[in-house]
Design a protein around this ligand. Sequence first.
Ligand SMILES: [Zn+2]
Length: 698
Amino acid sequence: MKKSLLFISCLIIIIAGCKKEIKSENPLLNEWDTPFGVPPFDQIMAKHYIPAILKGMDEQRNEIRTIITNRAEPDFNNTIKALTYSGELLNKVSRVFGALNSANTNDSLKAISRELAPITAKHRDDINLNDTLFRRVRSVYENRDKFKLTEEEKKLLEDTYRDFIRSGAALSPEDKDKLRKINKELSLLQVKFGQNLLAETNGFKLILDKKEDLSGLPDGVIAQAAAMAKSLGMDGKWVFTLQVPSMTPFLQYSDRRDLREKLFTAYFMKGDNDNEFDNKQIIAGIVKLRVEKAKLLGYKSFAYFTLERNMAKTPEKVFEFLGQVWDAALPVAKAEATAQQELIDKEGGKFKLAPWDWWYYTEKIKKEKYDLDDEITRPYFRIDNVMEGMFYVANRLYGLTFTRRDDIPKYHPDVNTFEVTREGKHVGILMIDNYPRPSKNGGAWCGTYRSQRRDIKGKMIYPVVTMVTNSSLPSADKPSLLTALEAETLFHEFGHALNNLLSNITYPGSSIPRDFVELPSQIMEHWVLEPEVLKVYAKHYQTGEIIPAEIVEKLDKASKFNTGFITVEYLAASLLDMEYHSLTEPVDLDIRDFENKAMQKYGLISEIKPRYRSTYFNHIFAGGYSAGYYSYIWCEVLDADAFQAFKETGDIFNREVAAKFENEILSKGGTRDPLEMYIAFRGKEPGIDALLENRGLK
Ligand SMILES: [Zn+2]
């Protein structure tokens, strides 16, 4: 008897073993036998996503069923842990889809994302609004003192419970139905918003075919525009697009005021052209649904709902903080505008400074004051060198080594892949994808194809991280040469990458609050122009000469230049975000009118547009930053203060401070309260002074 039982169990193992060997035709459903288990990009096709995602949802539904039909009393392991580890396939596939739909999309992926949005919203609601599941979660939560939980487990339990409440688990059946409808509609509108924006961004080109139209433009900028034209089959012409690396240099240097106006107007009218890609009605719909959702869940406004989970906690706190910085920055911006108007008058220009003039006259004044412009510094910021520079900083601070790997599948030839190690041990994979293309969303971001965690048996899962930017393209005779700001953006995204790479947590799914997650990224920006770092990487792309000390000095002096504008255009967008999400009643908004009135309320001057106008404010209408765009400057209070911790030791590479930053912040992910983490690192709460000082607004 025993013998035959043993035989049967062997047979089962063999069958199970064999089963694993049979590969699906869908690579998303297989174990990935690529190096380090990166997604097999070369095999994945658009048709594979939906079946894999549906299968992932099925698997998760079965896992949830196992949890809720468990006869045992709910405890941490059989409920919270089981729930946290459910949906592995779904998570794995969704990450790949989400990342590629942002970085390398096409019509098929866009159609899939439209198709998936309501299915995903429903799947999520089916879990979050499942009564039996919620009762088990609540039981564990209410009996939490009976279980021996680690700090991370306690936080996971609290977050899980709170997320259920926030997702509507405690609502009546009728209200649950209402919420489902809202979530479904919201998901569709958000996707549509992003797709309209991409269409509008790609839909405009400033095509120039006369030399005189290029007046004022530096050779490098002209060469880039020629390369762009060539790539679009318009050899011999010059093309400028609404992508920032193409548009900004034109606004900075073009003597042709009419063309600056044309280009910038196309930029700030994106999504507001009353055409098929117009976003105004979509925004009105999103805002209205969000108020309805917040009220249904018992919050006064969507801002209250969102901020509860952030470090700031309440809208009052955010408005108060933004107001403080606004009051410091607006007079500085006004003085900057006056200086530009004086220059216009002095030159005999008989016009009032307009938003499309700002970059041009700023550049002139900067040149006059500091004898500095982007074209002087670009040759020292070759993109490969800048990446070497950020790797150097990570090496000095955290002992990390980055080794290029060309044997790992990539989704586009522009991707650079690195294996990250420390003392010879694998840490993770980092992919960096730098150049703009029509298939890529605007801006820069960092994400993961796989986040660090331990599997259900405790085995370490290493992260696969991706960094995407839209940096200056190489031209026919020059490699990609960055502006100082673009170099800073690379360091910024690299900071997010380090946060992911150095994460050392047990459970998947812990999320870092929006208004804390920019600390690890923004602190990296402090190293980019430090002389000690510049001398390592800022080498002339032709001669190899290290950036001269006098240019470094000029860069330092100019770093507080134009900060009134930079701060005000950013704050204007943050305030606009807060205004939309502070509405307490679902009303039918006239978007142009709402935006104008909101900006008038704060006294924004007509020479400055908010960094994002409503119709292309992807962060808040499609990108998860709703009532959260303030986070960048909120985190600047933290990063300015945190960098002081290094400075105070007299060594910007101080290993002890770095170790503390890694142990208390980078490695912890979202497993601890942010303020607690910060105080554990710094010993005290930060003040606003370092921020104002850094921006020259004191
Ligand atoms: Zn960031």
